[in-house]
Design a protein around this ligand. Sequence first.
Ligand SMILES: [Mn+2]
Length: 311
Amino acid sequence: MKILTSYIEPDLDGVSSMYAYSELLNKLGEKVYYFIWKMPRIEVRIVCDMFDIKLDPIKNIPNEKNTFVLLDFNGFDQAHESITKESVVEVVDHHGLTKSIHEYTNASRIQIDRVGASATIIAERFKLLGITPSREAAILLYYGIVSNSCNFKANITNSRDIEIADWLKSICSDISEEKIKEIFIKKSIFDDKDLRQEMECERPMITHDKRVLVGQLEICNVLDYLKEKEDKIIKVLNEVNIEKETDYLFLNMVDILNGFSLIYCNLEPTKRLVEKVFNLKFKGNIAKWDCLVQRKEMTKAIRDYEGDLDF
Ligand SMILES: [Mn+2]
């Protein structure tokens, strides 16, 4: 049985990719299923509720007998433990290449393009094959692209994202740009007790023999939020630092409404890493980008850094 999946606790891009790609493959006559590891990100529920979309992933936990299509990630360190390198038969992603990509020896198709969302690549496959996605798939793909590219403001966005999003809009009348702000605002409202989950800082990447953890918080009005919740953010960072035994840890804060991002960090060695690798300067605990930079660009830059990570 072939299973389409993403990383643990996937975001809207991951979920929309698996939902739509399984629909496409099933329409092409191949019987496949999708599986969501743990609870998807809050934006998935927001969009599903808003458009009355029911997700129907398989419930039984996949095992080593399954083959897997990895969507929206390519690093084996992010894959669920039941996935083996040999069981990966396809990868569709838009993150930086990891070393593992050469170890998926049974993968017959790998497409990793530097676009705003993996949903872009999936939507392009529908269009290329002349197959119209269902209303649900079109909506999920569209808002997956919007969300992952921060409404096309992220550095990584390119014309392919804009073109395919326009195409999705043209085939599905339920898609509206007015909903975008509503989704972003809804996504920014959460309880303090869920802050750690929203900071997405549970899985360090291993690179240069170091444990590097980059959290990301995507909200509206980052500076106001920081003013109000800085002590709570520090508390989470300190907690995670000890628990995950990280060498370096920082939080990328993305202002999804105003279209910029900043790095928040309270650890001196990590500040030195950030300043060196990204050529930024800290003022207190904050280093500001002059545009919207996403975590995936930073993790790529850290992985690609030539030299030791000893700061
Ligand atoms: Mn993505």
